[in-house]
Design a protein around this ligand. Structure first.
Ligand SMILES: Cc1cc2nc3c(=O)[nH]c(=O)nc-3n(C[C@H](O)[C@H](O)[C@H](O)COP(=O)(O)O)c2cc1C
Length: 210
């Protein structure tokens, strides 16, 4: 059975971000797709130190949750990254995790390529679109197939009970879940029918100078 990995960057394991993501997971379950949650916890995740060890070695120099997750990625057809909104951005832990995870996971031809993906954010009141946009930058540069919904993927609340009253936010999560399920099934059907994965050219970095 296909499986989607949910990475929760909130320090609250079962808080508002989780409540929004769980609605996506429950919808996937109704569509026959399993989910697994990875909670980044309350302790700081190591930052990227820009040592470029990963460029040569294909894994991060720090052997922790980043390398463990990258090694397991072939198990998953999709990925959802979630964060509370902090000052109009995303949480420090999801930033540290994603900087290292995306940079070390093989670039455009890496382990994220072709995964059906989405970002989910939770805020009390404002800054959700800025955080959502910024999280999407990771997904859009890693050759994932980003799923949309009927609105931007955000829920509102200070407590999980608040989020449960965000009727439109939860509906947005369910629509996202159904769209992800449909995309995963289409990709699987395409593979069975012999549709080849898109070819990835070798990267030609120019850094805007010659
Ligand atoms: C340090 C910090 C900064 C925050 N900044 C914002 C913000 O900019 N906008 C907002 O609406 N809520 C802000 N909040 C509230 C949380 O984003 C909101 O309660 C969120 O739903 C909590 O999700 P969680 O339960 O998954 O941690 C902030 C909370 C903290 C702790």
């Amino acid at each position: 059975m296909s499986k989607v990995l949910f990475i929760n960057g909130s320090p609250n394991q079962y808080g508002c971000t989780y409540t929004g993501m769980k609605e996506v997971a429950d919808t996937l379950s109704k569509e026959g797709i399993d989910s697994e949650f990875l909670w980044l916890g309350k302790k700081p995740v190591q930052d990227c130190i820009a040592c470029n060890f990963c460029v040569k070695n294909g894994r991060c120099v720090f052997n922790d949750v980043v390398n463990e997750t990258a090694a397991r990625l072939p198990e998953f057809a999709g990925i959802v990254i979630g964060s509370p909104v902090y000052y109009g951005g995303y949480s420090g832990n999801i930033s540290s995790f994603l900087d290292r995870f995306c940079f070390s996971s093989g670039g455009p031809a890496g382990v994220l390529k072709g995964k059906v993906a989405a970002a989910v954010v939770s805020c009390r009141r404002g800054g959700a679109t800025a955080a959502f946009d910024a999280l999407n930058n990771y997904l859009l540069m890693c050759n994932t197939i980003v799923a949309g919904s009927q609105y931007w993927n955000m829920v509102h609340g200070f407590t999980p009970d608040d989020v449960k009253q965000d009727i439109e936010g939860l509906q947005t999560m369910r629509t996202l879940g159904r769209n992800m399920a449909w995309m995963i099934k289409c990709i699987e059907a395409g593979k069975k029918a012999g549709v080849a994965d898109p070819v990835q050219e070798d990267w030609t970095p120019t850094h805007f100078i010659r």
